[in-house]
Design a protein around this ligand. Structure first.
Ligand code: FES
Length: 164
């Protein structure tokens, strides 16, 4: 099977019952994507597929051939962090860090969702608050990503600071 992961074309021979999460972690060594509940409840396994966020633990890898899959490894590197990754560090958006890759992937997708819903491409660079997105709405849209350490305030601050 052929997958497009972080802009690389990758061949992998996996069982049709393999989840996308297990493909990433166990077959391809992309362990930035985390396994929490493994049943669609925590969001730790969030990745982007064609710009939309999904829980990769619930997805069969075979269904995602030739789709654009983006994991935390594709967002930034240690020497070249994505702005949201840098903001999570600056605003203490984590404690243990286990949920962080999923949180960041989810937030990146959320911003895309919000901007795709806007009437004009001209609004692409406007801050979230300028387009009427309150902190409460951001919290609601991020509610599928749980943080057992309770670092929610830092997570929301990091998102708001990045897209302000
Ligand atoms: Fe997929 Fe929890 S590990 S939602």
């Amino acid at each position: 099977m052929r997958f497009i992961i972080n802009e690389h074309s990758i061949e992998a021979d996996v069982d049709v019952r393999t989840s996308l999460l297990d493909l990433l972690r166990d077959h391809l060594g992309l362990t930035g994507t985390k396994k929490g509940c493994n049943q669609g409840a925590c969001g730790a396994c969030t990745v982007l597929v064609d710009g939309e966020r999904i829980n990769s633990c619930l997805a069969l890898a075979v269904q995602y051939q030739d789709r654009e899959i983006l994991t935390i490894e594709g967002l930034g590197t240690i020497g070249d962090l994505h702005p949201l990754q840098a903001a999570f560090i600056e605003y203490d958006g984590f404690q243990c860090g286990y949920c962080t890759p999923g949180q960041i992937c989810s937030a990146v997708a959320m911003i895309g969702e919000i901007r795709r819903g806007l009437p004009s491409a001209l609004t692409e660079d406007l801050a979230l608050e300028q387009i009427g997105f309150s902190e409460d709405e951001i919290r609601e849209r991020m509610s599928g990503n749980l943080c057992r350490c309770g670092a929610y305030n830092g997570i929301i601050e990091a998102i708001r600071a990045t897209y302000a």
